[in-house]
Design a protein around this ligand. Structure first.
Ligand code: B12
Length: 283
């Protein structure tokens, strides 16, 4: 990755194509848009202004500096807005901004990992600190779903994943993020939603050989259902051909080993890496 600090230089020298290229590289490397804005774009354009005031820069150089800054800003703004739209539960805005980002060829996986997931993690954090309550949580989730619904799937399927929150458990924010991320990375995702009994996981896995079963659990009382699902896959005679990945706040690698699952991750990016590895996919 190029150093985002070079972005300052591109703006100071009025090199718009370079500013665009560096911004794209920084966003792809998950540098947060707010950081790009506050650490690079604003200081650079301030400096251009100062040089103009000191008569070091001509009006033409001021204008080319501004053009380079706008080339970068145009790439940053709509996506940063997605984070804000989800956080504030504005589902119409979330949809509009996602459409605009997709039209500008932003990769769906990048939208999910850099904007949607951090926004929902922040929602979860605020909920826990009583900074927001269940209605706001659900409204934010609706905004997230509005954005994710537009992402579709990439052309070639990287593999098939059946995902759900285990029986007795209604938490679905993390599960939805994992599903969205997998979908954004080209997997065919069958979402069984929440409170999913073992036989439903088995039936969905039986539909196609090589399916990955992905389970989410947020309660210590429901995480034991994961083992029940693995046993049910065994009983149905499809465990060998069915990979199992698990996650959720109380889950650990140790628990994964203990119940004989094939992989665990504590985040949505990790879920994709696991699924790719297990599907032997090259995406
Ligand atoms: C939001 C929330 C709720 C919401 C859920 C809304 C919804 N639609 O999901 C509501 C209000 C409904 C709720 C209800 C309850 N909740 Co609650 N809830 C939470 C809270 C605050 C945040 C969870 C969340 O969404 N986090 C944000 C997401 C992004 O993180 P995540 O789910 O962990 O997912 C990430 C990773 O874990 C991973 N991941 C997740 N799934 C998967 C799957 C795979 C395959 C992989 C690889 C990775 C992966 O990737 C995700 C993205 O990064 C947690 C506290 C916490 N910190 O976890 C409590 C918490 C989970 N809840 C708790 C409890 C007790 C309950 C209730 C029993 C409360 C009650 N008395 O009624 C009920 C249970 C209802 C039920 N039967 O399920 C406890 C659980 C305690 C325990 N150890 O069992 C917690 C930990 C709160 C606490 N500190 O006590 N809850």
């Amino acid at each position: 990755m190029s150093d985002p600090a070079e972005l300052c230089h591109a703006i100071l020298t009025g090199d718009a194509p370079k500013a665009e290229q560096l911004t794209k590289a920084a966003l792809a490397a998950h540098v947060h848009p707010a950081e790009l804005l506050s650490r690079y774009l604003i200081p650079a354009i301030d400096e251009v202004g100062r040089r103009y005031d000191r008569h070091d820069y001509s009006m033409t150089r001021l204008m080319t500096g501004a053009r380079a800054m706008f080339a970068s800003l145009e790439l940053i703004t709509p996506r940063a807005e997605l984070y804000e739209a989800i956080l504030s539960g504005d589902h119409q805005r979330a949809r509009e901004v996602t459409k605009a980002a997709l039209a500008a060829s932003v990769a769906p996986a990048e939208l999910v990992s850099v904007y949607v997931t951090p926004a929902m993690e922040e929602v979860g954090r605020r909920f826990e600190c009583n900074e927001l309550y269940v209605p706001e949580l659900l409204i934010a989730q609706r905004a997230m779903k509005a954005a994710v619904a537009l992402l579709g799937t990439a052309g070639d399927r990287a593999g098939r994943v059946v995902i759900g929150t285990v029986q007795g458990d209604l938490h679905d924010i993390g599960k939805n993020l994992v599903a969205a991320m997998l979908q954004g990375c080209g997997f065919e995702v069958i979402d069984l939603q929440v409170d999913v009994p073992p036989e439903k996981f088995v039936a969905a896995a039986q539909e196609k050989e090589g399916t990955i079963v992905a389970m989410s659990a947020l309660l210590t009382t429901t995480m034991t259902m994961m083992k029940r699902v693995i046993d049910a896959l065994e009983e149905a005679g499809i465990r060998e051909k069915t990979k199992v990945i698990i996650g959720g706040a109380p889950i650990t690698q140790q628990y994964c080993n203990q119940i004989g699952a094939d992989g665990y991750s504590d985040n949505a990016n990790g879920a994709v890496a696991l699924a790719r590895k297990l599907a032997g996919a090259r995406t």
